[in-house]
Design a protein around this ligand. Structure first.
Ligand SMILES: Cc1cc2nc3c(=O)[nH]c(=O)nc-3n(C[C@H](O)[C@H](O)[C@H](O)COP(=O)(O)O)c2cc1C
Length: 207
């Protein structure tokens, strides 16, 4: 899927004396994307924003409506964000794949929240196919190329996603960056320059 809007080149983030500030944003209906989002947040010492449909929980659409809205490119109304993504160096956006498409709440969130100068990375969980299309739709919705992408199937999430998550994190901030952050080291952890367009293959991590 081609991007209709001009892509902003991802700005390299200047070297800083603390690790990059990261925000992990995701929607999850049955918990898999949430699980990956929380693992990523723990490794990156990131803030977490879960995207929820606006309104009460009983207004959450059923399976068929979710599929139809995603396939139709609908942007759902979502609850107000607690974090402003434009204030972060890196924003990781996570989503399930619905009907080979970007779910309406994720589309709605991306539409409502300009990302400013933040770099982006995308992750998704899925049954088996549609990750590439979803990443392309995320790119189109936010107008930014992803520094890296991670797609995990349901089976991979159940089997243990730790190695894939660690590889993805290392691509974003370098190996062992999360250990340095946890240890409170003042070592500089600049985000490397973004490279080229977002490439992805289903159930793979790229960067
Ligand atoms: C409405 C709906 C449509 C789905 N369509 C697809 C699809 O097109 N391709 C796919 O691989 N998985 C599809 N799935 C499976 C989900 O992507 C997968 O179970 C994912 O891990 C769910 O993430 P979650 O647990 O965070 O909600 C669909 C699930 C739902 C609920």
């Amino acid at each position: 899927m081609m991007c209709r809007c001009p892509l902003e080149p991802a700005e390299p983030v200047a070297t800083v004396s603390t690790p990059p500030r990261a925000l992990v944003v995701f929607h999850s209906r049955s918990g898999r994307t949430r699980r990956i989002g929380r693992m990523l947040a723990a490794r990156l010492q990131a803030d977490v924003e879960e995207i929820q449909f606006a309104g009460s929980i009983d207004r959450t659409p059923g399976y068929a409506r979710c599929a139809l809205q995603a396939a139709g490119g609908h942007a759902a109304r979502v609850q107000a964000a607690r974090h402003d993504p434009a204030l972060y160096d890196l924003v990781l956006v996570g989503s399930p794949v619905w009907c080979w498409s970007l779910p309406a709440p994720v589309r709605g969130w991306l539409k409502m929240h300009p990302l400013g100068a933040a770099q982006v990375a995308f992750f998704c969980t899925l049954g088996g196919s549609g990750a590439e299309r979803v990443f392309a739709q995320m790119q189109q919705a936010c107008g930014k190329r992803a520094r890296a992408t991670l797609a995990l199937t349901e089976a991979q999430v159940e089997a243990g996603p730790r190695a894939a998550v660690d590889t993805f994190v290392a691509r974003l901030v370098g190996p062992h960056a999360h250990e340095r952050a946890r240890a409170g080291a003042a070592a500089a952890v600049p985000l490397p320059h973004a490279q080229g367009p977002a490439h992805s293959r289903d159930a793979h991590s790229t960067g």
